[in-house]
Write a protein that binds this ligand. Structure first.
Ligand code: NI
Length: 151
C-alpha cells in the first residue's frame, strides 16, 4: 500500500530555483517533487551512517562570505571547542568575497556529525557538507578480507 502523500510549499530565491530546474532537466527528472524526494532521501541515508561511537574520519567543507559579521571567528571557535575532533583545516580565499574552508574531523561518528552540523548550520555559511571516508580500522578490515579471497 502506498503511503499517503503530504503536500508542502517552499520558498526559493529565483536564481536558486532556475539553477535547480536546470539540474532537474539535466538529470532527467519528470517532476520537481521526484528530484526533491531524492535529495531528501540522500541526506537521510548519509545521516544514518553518522551515528554511534565507532571512529570515523570526515571531511567538512564550508563556503562563506568572509564579510559576514564574526563568521570566520565563530567557525574557528567551534573547532577550538572540539580540538580533539579537529585534525586539520585548510582555508582558501575563493575571490574578493568568499572563502572555502576544509576541515578533517576524526572521532566517534555521532560527535563528528554533531560538530559538522553545528558548523554547517552557522548563520552565513552558504554551502557546507560532511563526507565520510575510510578509517585505519575499516580499511585494514577490508584488506584482511581480501587476503582470504581465492587467487
Ligand atoms: Ni578567505
Amino acid at each position: 500500500m502506498k503511503p499517503e502523500l503530504a503536500r508542502i510549499t517552499i520558498s526559493l530565491e529565483n536564481p536558486l530555483l532556475e539553477a535547480f530546474d536546470a539540474y532537474i532537466e539535466q538529470r532527467g527528472y519528470a517532476t520537481r517533487s521526484e528530484a526533491v524526494r531524492d535529495l531528501i532521501r540522500e541526506k537521510l541515508i548519509q545521516q544514518g551512517q553518522a551515528t554511534g561511537t565507532t571512529e570515523q574520519v570526515g571531511v567538512v567543507s564550508m563556503v562563506y562570505d568572509h564579510h559576514a559579521r564574526n563568521l570566520a571567528d565563530r567557525l574557528m571557535n567551534k573547532q577550538h571547542d572540539h580540538h580533539q575532533l579537529t585534525v586539520a583545516s585548510l582555508h582558501v580565499h575563493l575571490g574578493p568575497h568568499h572563502c572555502l574552508e576544509v576541515s578533517v574531523l576524526r572521532g566517534p561518528g555521532s560527535q563528528l556529525q554533531k560538530l559538522a552540523d553545528s558548523l554547517i548550520s552557522t548563520k552565513g555559511v552558504l554551502h557546507g557538507e560532511i563526507r565520510y571516508t575510510g578509517t585505519e580500522a575499516s580499511l585494514t578490515a577490508m584488506a584482511g578480507a581480501h587476503e582470504h579471497l581465492p587467487a
